[in-house]
Design a protein around this ligand. Structure first.
Ligand code: V47
Length: 388
């Protein structure tokens, strides 16, 4: 279908769904308001999805990004007692663990035969861990695999690390970078609303503190991602407020690379009576975020929590990234995720192709390493990266 026929079809679909005015603003490249955001949550999903897909294709065409990564959760000990979390353990509780730096190194060593370019390292908040521990685990990773990009520490962990260092975060970040930190993941943001925080995670830092920390990270020259944990007790207005606050910080710093809607998984949590989002709600979350977050380049459909079929659908509802090979995932699997712990690079490539998109292997900061699109990078069946 030609581009103008496509936008005519979307225009008609949007008009029938009562969001014709929003579609016109999207086509004109205008920023959508909070009120528009609330309306998008109430309108026909497929009309919202078609509009989001139009934005996705204008930004990225059919390109769909993935990476070859590995997750390490260095401790599950945590003092935040978040009601949505099945991963946390108290010190001494059965199943509680803290990895020694050598154990972290061993996890990296075990993947040396794989073309891994990123380690994603997040964990609970265990106040007994000294500042040096965090530097040591970064160094341990780099010693085994010097070229790997370390994406580590949520804003919540960074606040804890600075507390232990007894220094402002702005002074701590260069030391973490010196030890190997490359960028920061987007977790720990949950929903910024104080109401939701009071009910669900009142020991966690506030939304304002999360935003201030992300600002400091970006001002230090580091990129980060951002997230929202949706599908529990939050309202539509609270979701829109969360997205708007991310958008405002992005206007200021430009430091966010990717937004990832995280679908709440209820099993083994204090919120196990809640159902969690349906696949349709997950697709809407992807679509609304693509439309509201006009200043964030990428929207990630994190296959681990969505399932591969829903992630494939999400590539037609606004998402352009699917995360990576992962290897060993604990946070969602403890909370009932039934997806595999790992997919192979070739499988990721195939299912992106099966969804009608063009797979592009990226590094953490979106340099293209390999693509099925010859114009971007050499075509080949394996990534041309030697990361050891
Ligand atoms: O902060 C915890 C969430 C986050 C549950 O930056 C849960 O590329 C659903 O942030 N159900 C950590 N979600 C993971 C994270 C992440 C994941 C993938 C990619 C990136 C990235 C970041 O997971 C936590 C919390 O918001 N979480 N428990 C649960 N039961």
């Amino acid at each position: 279908m030609s581009a103008s026929l496509q936008s005519e079809a979307i225009r008609a679909q949007a008009a029938a769904a009562g969001i014709g005015d929003i579609a016109e603003r999207v086509f004109a490249g205008e920023r959508l308001s909070r009120e528009d955001g609330v309306r998008l949550y109430g309108a026909d999903l497929h009309a919202v999805g078609a509009l989001a897909n139009w934005v996705r294709e204008r930004k990225h065409g059919d390109l769909t990004y993935f990476n070859v990564n590995q997750h390490i959760n260095y401790t599950n000990v945590c003092n935040k007692l978040c009601r949505f979390c099945a991963f946390q353990r108290l010190p001494g509780q059965e199943g509680a663990y803290v990895m020694k730096p050598e154990e972290v190194a061993e996890k990296i060593r075990a993947q040396l035969d794989e073309p891994v370019t990123e380690v994603h390292m997040v964990a609970g908040i265990y106040p007994k861990l000294p500042y040096e521990y965090y530097l040591d685990i970064l160094r341990a990773v780099k010693e085994v695999r010097p070229a790997i990009h370390i994406k580590a520490f949520t804003m919540i962990e960074l606040m804890q690390i600075a507390r232990r260092a007894k220094k402002p975060l702005a002074e701590v970040l260069p030391e973490l970078v010196e030890a190997g930190l490359g960028s920061c993941p987007g977790g720990g943001a949950e929903v910024f609303s104080d109401r939701v925080r009071d009910e669900g995670y009142d020991k966690k830092n506030t939304g304002d503190e999360w935003i201030d920390t992300a600002r400091t990270v970006h001002q230090a020259g580091l990129h980060s991602n951002c997230t929202m944990l949706h599908g529990h007790i939050e309202t539509v207005e609270e979701r829109v407020d969360h997205l708007d606050r991310l958008r405002l910080l992005q206007d200021e710093t430009g430091g966010f690379q990717t937004y990832i809607p995280l679908s709440f998984h209820p099993d083994n949590t204090e919120w196990s009576h809640l159902p969690g989002p349906t696949a349709l709600e997950e697709l809407r979350e992807i679509a609304v975020s693509r439309l509201l977050l006009d200043n964030i380049d990428h929207i990630k459909a994190y296959w681990i929590m969505l399932s591969i079929p829903v992630a494939q659908m999400a590539l037609a509802y606004g998402a352009d990234d699917v995360d990576g090979t992962v290897v060993e995932e604990k946070i969602y699997h403890e909370a009932g995720a039934t997806t595999p712990q790992q997919v192979l690079r070739a499988e990721l490539v195939q299912w992106i192709r099966d969804a009608g998109r063009i797979p592009v292997e990226r590094d953490t900061i979106y340099n293209v390493l390999w693509s099925a699109d010859e114009a971007l990078a050499p075509v080949g069946e394996t990534a041309p990266v030697a990361t050891v």
